[in-house]
Design a protein around this ligand. Sequence first.
Ligand code: DGL
Length: 273
Amino acid sequence: MECKKTAPIGVFDSGVGGLTVVREMIRQLPEENIVYFGDTARVPYGSKSQKTIIRFSEQIIRFLKTKQVKAIVIACNTASALALDAVRDEFDVPVMGVVIPGARAAVEATLNQKVGVVGTEATVQSGMYTKIIHEMNPQIQVIEKACPLFVPLVEEGFKEHVVTQEVIEYYLESLRDTDIDAMILGCTHYPLLRSRIKRYLGDKIQIVNPAYETAMDLKAVLEKQQMAHDGVSGRKSQYEFYVSDAAEKFRRFANTVMPFDVPETNVVNIEGY
Ligand code: DGL
């Protein structure tokens, strides 16, 4: 058992966005070691088919398993929505996604039973957020909206750019005019635009970031299965970063998101897994 407790958590995303989930995991689970994989060669997932997203997810999990991970977090909403059901039972470690925790957080947040969800084309088309929310509470009205341009704007460092404001208004005007009182940021990149989205939507809509609830769920799973790292005073947790392409670009971006200097990032030939 000791070996399992000190083993790392594997986390993956289609690119840099999943770092918003890692950031939250580090806040809530500071003792855990983490191995992150960002599929920078094949991003975006949001415009790809379910078959492809399942294949990518399986390859990445096989790679993370070579790092002896004790659990896997699919930080990508698109892969969580389209691949989690297919891969969950295929591997001998717990695999969890961000959609169920995110849906639960929204169900808890809404007071008038009207929830908005923004995400990639693939996530919205899957209807997975609506399905999971309705399993938790069938009375809740859910409005989903794809906002595909948010991803490249974040990736290109346009967070503060005037163009981003126009895109926010273009996508979110119709949601702002409804009476939803909670909105899920159903894509890992969107929390990086949170303050601008919040400013545009105003105080009547509560913004839900699935990362917080995902880290809480992970903590519960690790404790239940007696796999949580016990922690040793003075020890520093280990964080490793892997990508499928453009390691230096990833590292520069990661340094703007993570609370520490991101170490060397290694390129993996993920098609070989
Ligand atoms: N990481 C993806 C997600 O959370 C967004 C980017 C993409 O389309 O790959 O859905």
